[in-house]
Design a protein around this ligand. Sequence first.
Ligand code: TGC
Ligand code: FAD
Length: 392
Amino acid sequence: MATVTPQTPLGLFDIDELLDDDDRAIRDTVRRYVVDRIKPHIADWFDAGAIPARHLAKELGSLGVLGMHLKGYGCAGTTATAYGLACMELEAGDSGLRSLVSVQGSLAMYAIWKHGSEEQKSEWLPRMAAGEAIGCFGLTEPDFGSNPAGMRTRARRDGTDWVLNGNKMWITNGSVADVAVVWAQTDDGVRGFVVPTDTPGFSAPEIKKKLSLRASVTSELILEDVRLPGDAVLPGVRGLSGPLSCLNEARYGIVFGALGAARDCLDTAIDYARDRDIFDKPLAAYQLTQAKLADMTLELGKGMLLAVQLGRLKDTGLLRPEQVSLGKLNNVREALAIARECRTILAANGITLEYPVLRHANNLESVLTYEGTSEVHQLVIGRTVTGHAAFR
Ligand code: TGC
Ligand code: FAD
């Protein structure tokens, strides 16, 4: 018998006191959607390695989460904090769901919103906000992940047209996308291109046999003499700062998102430990179990405080890229540690899709790698505190 009424891990930190009514209301709406529409199906989608991406995009568009922190063009224009909280709830469902939303809103839509022409914005953003058009973001190449400056994809001028050739790898939403934002070398440095995916020469074979992010579409992009009109280029940016400015947005969402996966694991482990009798008493009543749960509660709460602080900075326009690195590095690393520790509490039951913990842990392996690996974020922070860049 429990001797005190248990509190939730985040309840212990009174996190809600740090949030305003609108942000909490948005969070609760997304949480209800995930509980009602995602959780009943997610294990099967993960098992099958397939998701109904088009259907989900429309639902997520109706929910208002696609590009939700952008203003105008059919976007909701919420606070950055609300966007972070939405990412947290989506990732409590599955990292793949949050990925779909991150890539759509923070990468593809943001690139067009921030750097696109008025025509590009009007053509794509309203449909993308509604989930009627899906976007992907092609930066990584087979030989250039952490170091996108080395990319080989090239766009050359042919009269007034552009002609693109090259390969992108590991592209979320690739084979279901209607539009790809593709970054390529030009005579004028790295430029971004808005590529309708039905353009001749464009193809996007799906990458199969993944053990992580199985409920997410991941693809290669192949560009063979893809001819685009002169106005397909994003006019507002030149150089690597173009794609990297978009990564700040998506990394910010992950700062919150990863904690959603961790929270789902911890809630599951606490429920399990309270229900499971071992040597004639609940697993939750053993000191070793409580030490694990206490340490995980602490890391989850600390990560949440960090996320809320970054949200506040972003809402006041003060958030710097190296601060996003602090959040991405810490919160994904700790979320993965929490997911693995929770799996030990569930023991054998923890290895199945009956429970979410190993699914989350496997997903978080990708989250640790994409949007800048932990090592890249360590190097960003290292550069900030020493003044020496150690990437090369
Ligand atoms: P470096 O010389 O430092 O910078 C080149 C130019 O970019 C500017 N810059 C940034 N601008 C905005 N935001 C940032 N975070 C920026 N970081 C740098 C910089 O000021 C400079 O501008 P300018 O005007 O002087 O030219 O660049 P570097 O080549 O030394 O590389 C730095 C490094 C390693 C940090 C960068 O390349 C990097 O972040 N690499 C990691 C690549 C990465 O994260 N790829 C992610 C691909 S997308 C993805 O994974 C989607 S996952 C799907 C999902 O989210 O669900
Ligand atoms: P590499 O860059 O080859 O790194 C290998 C190892 O070397 C890593 O441990 C890395 O941290 C380390 N390392 C790298 N540089 C240094 C250094 N200077 N010093 C010390 N160690 C270093 N990309 C997109 O463009 N769009 C997407 O939508 C997208 N979606 C993805 C979805 C999934 C499921 C996955 C797994 C990846 C996705 N990516 C996407 C790609 C992702 O961004 C890259 O995988 C990531 O940037 C790392 O690149 P890489 O895998 O080539 O690793």
